[in-house]
Design a protein around this ligand. Structure first.
Ligand code: ZN
Ligand code: ZN
Length: 448
């Protein structure tokens, strides 16, 4: 090798090292700015929708499908840049197979990055947790629970979904469904805190969501207050009590019938599956509990780990002494702690509105709940790095299950956006300050 050749070779090697280092740095930056949420792999579970095999993907411990594949069943998938929404809908509920799409089903390569998207993904009006995967939007298979009936096939690892097979809400429930009759929970052993501090000012703190539904056995779901709906072939809970009562599930009729846009009296367990949010909510509540107790309050947590996922119906039993729903509720208020997703930043509370008809609530139930939510939100905005979500309130969700079933006034917080990287960084690093703000806000409302 001549000296010249060697110098050229050394030059090439140095050049390649520099190019690699630069592209590595750019690649890392790109990864962060793209908001990577993980890598997508092929799912071991086969999915059939109305008999048609649909590609399925494994992502963040759940089975996903591409929203675009629903075009096979006449859904439209539209992204609106101004409104920052991705709308997947089929208002005609015409689920016949559209042959045009048969040859155009999704193909997402193994190890493709799934990224958080700044758009709210709405499936027939329901907000679902969508991710971007190249030119596709992927959504959890569970999201279809609201528009279809899912059944696990006898052969393992096949999930069959029948679209449109869950519209019979008002049909009489099978008499064998025990959940439709008045629910009197078994007397459980009192937890230490409620006996030792009985008579203190009691606050129920509810870290939203929890274990994902796919990780729970039927026994666990039942123990956590979820009920099985024979008509729909799925687990979930009823949104209302029978009008003027408590602890009598509406079962689809005899209730206010108030539902959020696109919703129904029934709420499927899978609609509450979240991945990042449960732990954020729990950390915020644990911190709030510490500060509230320092202020002399007694705090009941609706869950204390991320392995639990009680239904809302189960969670509100914490408003009663020793969970005894035949007694008068002894909690002053129920604070529901969530974090938002889908295009935005900052902290807000969800607005109550209209009339609620469960027995025993004060006539100013909605106004008081809103004042409580505002009081907490004002403190979050002043004591943490989170800004205020546009206007501080979220409207259009006045018929949330909690609002329809709670026996005491409630504040419903959406603290920051966990799918927005700058909010997420604050949520991860400031849970103590957020907890303190929640406690101060509650204390402000109750006037010390
Ligand atoms: Zn109802
Ligand atoms: Zn939430």
């Amino acid at each position: 090798m001549t000296k010249r050749t060697r110098n050229i070779l050394i030059g090439i090697v140095i050049f390649l090292v520099i190019v690699n280092a630069v592209s590595y740095i750019i690649g890392r930056r790109g990864g962060i700015s793209q908001n990577s949420a993980g890598r997508i792999t092929t799912s071991a579970t086969s999915v059939r929708i109305n008999g048609e095999p649909i590609p399925s993907y494994w992502f963040r411990e759940m089975v996903y499908i591409a929203a675009q594949d629903l075009q096979l069943f006449n859904f439209t998938v539209e992204e609106n840049e101004d409104e920052r929404t991705c709308t997947i809908e089929n208002p005609e509920k015409n689920y016949t197979v559209n042959d045009d799409y048969m040859s155009r089903l999704s193909h997402i390569e193994e190890n493709t990055i799934g990224s958080y998207q700044d758009y709210t993904t709405l499936l027939d009006g329901y907000e679902v947790q969508g991710y971007r995967a190249g030119r596709y939007i992927i959504i959890p298979l569970n999201a279809l629970d609201n528009i279809g009936r899912a059944a696990k096939s006898d052969s393992a690892n096949v999930i069959e979904i029948t679209l449109g097979d869950n519209t019979a809400t008002a049909a009489p429930e099978p008499s064998s469904t025990p959940s439709d009759v008045s629910v009197t929970p078994p007397t459980v052993a009192p937890v230490a805190e409620s006996t030792t501090q009985q008579g203190g000012r009691i606050i129920v703190l509810d870290p939203g969501h929890g274990a994902s539904s796919g990780s729970m056995s039927d026994e666990e779901k039942s123990a956590a207050g979820w009920v099985y709906n024979e008509n729909r072939g799925q687990w979930g809970e009823w949104r209302h009590w029978k009008s003027g009562t408590t602890w009598q599930d509406c079962g689809g009729s005899g209730c206010s019938g108030r539902v959020p846009s696109g919703g129904s009296c029934w709420y499927s367990i899978g609609s509450g599956d979240r991945d990042t949010e449960p732990d954020i909510n729990l950390q915020n509540c644990l911190a709030a509990k510490k500060y509230l107790e320092e202020m002399g309050y007694t705090v009941r947590l609706t869950r204390s780990s991320n392995d639990e996922n009680p239904s809302i119906t189960e969670r509100i039993k914490n408003c009663y002494p020793n969970n005894d729903t035949s007694a008068e509720p002894d909690a002053m208020a129920y604070i529901c702690v969530h974090s938002n997703a889908g295009g935005g930043s900052g902290s807000a509370y969800i607005q109550l509105g209209g009339s609620y008809d469960q027995a025993g609530i004060p006539s100013n139930y909605a106004e008081d709940g809103n004042a409580l939510g505002k009081s907490i939100n004002d403190r979050i905005v002043s004591l943490t790095s989170l800004g205020e979500y546009s206007g501080g309130t979220i409207e259009g969700l006045e018929a949330l299950i909690l609002f329809c079933k709670s026996p005491v006034i409630c504040g419903y917080m959406e603290i920051g956006f966990y799918d927005n990287s700058s909010d997420l960084a604050i949520l991860r690093s400031e849970s103590d300050a957020i907890g303190r703000a929640i406690a101060e806000g509650i204390n402000d409302y109750f006037g010390n």
